[in-house]
Design a protein around this ligand. Structure first.
Ligand code: A3P
Length: 293
C-alpha cells in the first residue's frame, strides 16, 4: 500500500548507521559524541526527536538548580544539558558533575557506563510524527524541507527516511533496558497526565541529594512545575537553533504540547498504515500498550 515513492525527500546521509541531514549536523560531531567515554557522574536524557526531550532537560536542570529561572534554549542545548551530537564530546571537559547530556542515539551508540544514569522519554509515534513534521519543515537551513507537505513527511517517517531513522528501531533498542537500575523509562503521555509525579520520579532517580531537598519542600516542587509548564516555557523561551539569516524568522519550538493532536493531521489511511507498521515492528513486545487509553 505504500508503493508510491514520489514524495518529497529530506536530504540525508547515513553516518554510523544514523541518517543525518547533509547540512548543520556533521559526521565529525556525531562520531565525537559516540566516542565520548561516559563516567559515573553523567546523566543522559535519551529520546527519539520530538518526544519531550526539551521538557525533560528543563525538569532535570530545575531539580538540580532548585527552581532557578529558566536558562535560554541555546544555553540549555550547548551548555547546561548539551546536545552531544551537535556539540561533540569536548564540551564534557568544561562541565562540572553531575554532567547532563541530551542524545538521540540508539542504545548501542549511546556512551555507556554502568553507573551513569539514563532518562529515556518515549512518545506515541502519531504525535511524534506531527511534531517532527513541523520541526523538519520549519528548520529550513538544516532540513531543506520547507516545501514538504505532511503527506510527504508521513512517507519519509514511515520509511525511516528522517533524521535518526525509524522511530521504532530507536525505541526497540532501549526497550530491553527500560528496567535496568540506571535507566528511568517514562513517556510524554505519562508526564502530561501527572507532571508532579514526573518531577518526583526524576528527583528520586537522580539520587538522595536531590530527593532529600525536594521531598518536604512543596514550594520548590511547585516552582519547578510552574517553570517547566508548557505555557511558561513557550512564553519565556525562544528557539534560535537553525534560524536562517533573516532574523525575523522565529521558529516556534513550543508548538502545541498536547497528546492526541495527531488526529487533526492524519488521514484514516495514514493512521492505519502507521498502526500496522507499529504492530509489525513491535511484535512480541508490550510497546503498543504504552499508548492504550
Ligand atoms: P509539539 O510539536 O507536539 O507541540 P523535543 O523537545 O523532543 O523536540 O519535543 C518537542 C515537543 O515537546 C513539542 O511537541 C513541544 O511543544 C513539546 N514540549 C516542549 N516543552 C514542553 C512542556 N514543557 N510541556 C509539554 N510539552 C512540551
Amino acid at each position: 500500500d505504500d508503493s508510491k515513492n514520489t514524495h518529497k525527500k529530506i536530504p540525508l546521509h547515513t553516518v554510523e548507521g544514523i541518517p543525518i541531514p547533509t547540512s548543520f549536523f556533521t559526521p565529525e560531531k556525531l562520531q565525537s559524541a559516540i566516542s565520548y567515554k561516559a563516567t559515573p557522574e553523567d546523566v543522559f536524557i535519551v529520546t527519539y526527536p520530538k518526544c519531550g526531550t526539551t521538557w525533560m532537560q528543563y525538569i532535570v536542570w530545575e531539580i538540580i538548580n532548585e527552581g532557578a529561572p529558566l536558562p535560554s534554549f541555546d544555553d540549555m542545548n550547548v551548555k547546561y544539558v548539551p546536545f552531544l551530537e551537535l556539540t561533540g564530546r569536548e564540551i564534557a571537559e568544561t562541565m562540572k558533575p553531575p554532567k547532563l547530556f541530551k542524545v538521540h542515539l540508539p542504545y548501542h551508540l549511546t556512551p555507556h557506563h554502568p553507573e551513569a544514569k539514563y532518562i529515556f522519554v518515549a512518545r506515541n509515534p502519531f504525535d511524534c510524527c506531527v511534531s517532527f513534521y513541523n520541526h523538519t519543515k520549519k528548520i529550513k537551513n538544516c532540513y531543506h524541507f520547507e516545501d514538504g507537505t505532511f503527506d510527504d513527511f508521513f512517507e519519509c517517517f514511515i520509511r525511516g527516511e528522517v533524521h535518526y531513522g525509524d522511530f521504532f528501531d530507536h525505541l526497540l533498542s532501549w526497550w530491553p533496558h527500560r528496567q535496568d537500575p540506571n535507566v528511568l523509562f517514562t513517556t510524554y503521555e505519562e508526564m502530561k497526565s501527572n507532571p508532579e509525579n514526573a518531577v518526583t520520579n526524576v528527583a528520586k532517580f537522580l539520587g538522595n541529594d536531590y530527593w532529600e531537598k525536594l521531598k518536604d519542600d512543596k514550594d520548590l516542587v511547585d516552582k519547578i512545575l510552574e517553570n517547566t509548564d508548557f505555557n511558561n516555557m513557550k512564553e519565556k523561551l525562544q528557539y534560535n537553533i537553525g534560524q536562517d539569516g533573516d532574523n525575523d524568522q522565529k521558529v516556534e519550538f513550543f508548538r502545541k504540547g498536547q497528546v492526541g493532536e495527531w488526529k487533526e493531521n492524519f488521514s484514516d489511511e495514514q493512521y492505519r498504515r502507521l498502526k500496522k507498521h507499529m504492530m509489525q515492528k513491535t511484535e512480541g513486545t508490550d510497546i503498543p500498550k504504552l499508548w492504550k487509553d
